[in-house]
Ligand binder design. Structure first.
Ligand code: GRF
Length: 196
């Protein structure tokens, strides 16, 4: 059985989708939900599901990313995960941390990578007048939103869409894609999952 730690900063809806998927014959189980934001909504949702939670607030560390990551690493070592899932975790990680978890860390990003790395993905897709949008799950490497793609799901962009309506169309698709990718990844299969 693979042990999975999930890193969040916010409402944790992707975390919930992942946690709820890891039952029955699933090859993995959640062992920790970690937030860098003390009041993150996802913490209560994880606790309500019986998953241990912890907080590593980045703020006291100021600009010292390495010190923050050392605290993160210490919490993770206690939980001894085989796989790390970033799920709306809004901190950029240094190459040192990323390399330590190379081949064991996934992220979900709300665009059809390699398009629109970074922030404000939906506004940028609208600005570019794209006809479709979506989300990607990828392995995390030192290059921001740049690692090998493990899955993608597409949705149409409709007339009158705003960044908000588009985000509301993509999010439920994220909730289908991420669990599908994690299940396959936990079985040692890195073939991409393509939905939609
Ligand atoms: C998702 O859109 C995810 O792709 C992203 O941030 C959002 C997190 O939402 N980068 P949640 O915390 O999983 O609800």
């Amino acid at each position: 059985m693979k042990r999975v730690a999930i890193l969040i900063s916010g409402s944790g809806s992707n975390m919930v989708a992942l946690v709820d998927s890891m039952t029955g014959d699933h090859p993995a189980r959640p062992v920790l939900v970690l937030s860098n934001v003390p009041g993150a909504g996802g913490l209560e949702k994880a606790a309500a599901r019986g998953v241990p939670t912890t907080i590593v607030d980045h703020k006291p560390f100021g600009k010292d990313r390495e010190a923050f990551e050392a605290a993160l690493q210490a919490e993770l070592e206690r939980a001894a995960p085989d796989i790390l899932c970033l799920a709306g975790f809004m901190r950029v990680l240094t190459p040192g941390f990323v390399n330590r978890w190379a081949g064991r860390m996934l992220n979900i990003h709300p665009s059809l990578l390699p398009k629109y790395r970074g922030l404000n993905t939906h506004a940028r897709a609208l600005e570019a007048e794209d006809s479709e949008a979506g989300c990607s799950v990828h392995e995390v490497t030192a290059e921001l939103d740049g690692g090998p793609i493990l899955g993608q799901a597409r949705v149409p962009i409709l007339p009158g869409d705003t960044a908000e309506t588009l985000a509301a169309r993509v999010l439920p698709v994220e909730h289908r894609l991420y669990p599908a990718v994690l299940r396959r990844y936990a079985q040692g299969d890195r073939a991409p999952v393509m939905l939609g």
